[in-house]
Design a protein around this ligand. Structure first.
Ligand code: SF4
Ligand code: SF4
Length: 172
């Protein structure tokens, strides 16, 4: 009995090893390979643009007011038709998020009237000192599409008078 029991246990262990050798591996070769995130994943923020390159952010600071962690700092300035960053009167001349404070709750996203701030699928956040954890607008804003113009843009007077675009009622 004393001899049989360890042999059975050994055989059972070896059988498990043998069985797992033919299973599909669950490990991936990160960082070359990346696992797709879930549809509702909340990663690093992105400041969105319209297709013509204008910035969606109008510097209203509602996101900063909604943030429970006091992680967002916004400073706004006036747009002109000679130097336009966003539709309407104002744009965010400074936009910063302190990633050490952020708890990825998504309240900023919900509070934004222009859908400018979005928590995307980027999860590769690393910094080696506290200053690097403050992401400025230049890091957060999305790149311009190939056929769009960078900001600031020279625009026709009277075209971009509305800060918040007409949006479809989600209940319709
Ligand atoms: S996700 Fe939440 S904690 Fe992070 S910046 Fe937005 S509101 Fe603040
Ligand atoms: S991201 Fe949205 S809520 Fe925040 S300042 Fe810009 S427009 Fe306002």
């Amino acid at each position: 009995m004393r001899v049989v029991e360890p042999v059975v246990e050994l055989a059972r262990g070896l059988w498990t090893t043998l069985r797992m050798m033919f299973d599909k591996p669950v490990t991936i070769q990160y960082p070359e390979q990346k696992k797709p995130v879930k549809a509702r994943f909340r990663g690093r923020h992105i400041l969105k643009r319209y297709d013509n390159g204008l910035e969606k952010c109008i510097g209203c600071a509602l996101c900063a007011a909604a943030c429970p962690a006091d992680a967002i700092f916004v400073e706004s300035s006036e747009n002109t038709d000679e130097q336009r960053y966003s539709p309407g009167d104002r744009y965010a001349s400074t936009y910063e998020i302190n990633m050490l404070r952020c708890i990825y709750c998504g309240f900023c996203e919900d509070a934004c009237p222009t859908e400018a701030i979005v928590l995307g699928d980027q999860y590769e956040l690393s910094f080696t000192d506290r200053r690097q954890s403050i992401y400025p607008k230049e890091m957060l804003i999305e790149p311009i599409l190939a056929n769009a113009k960078p900001t600031p843009q020279k625009t026709e007077p009277g075209v971009y008078t509305r800060s918040v675009p007409e949006m479809k009622d989600p209940l319709d």
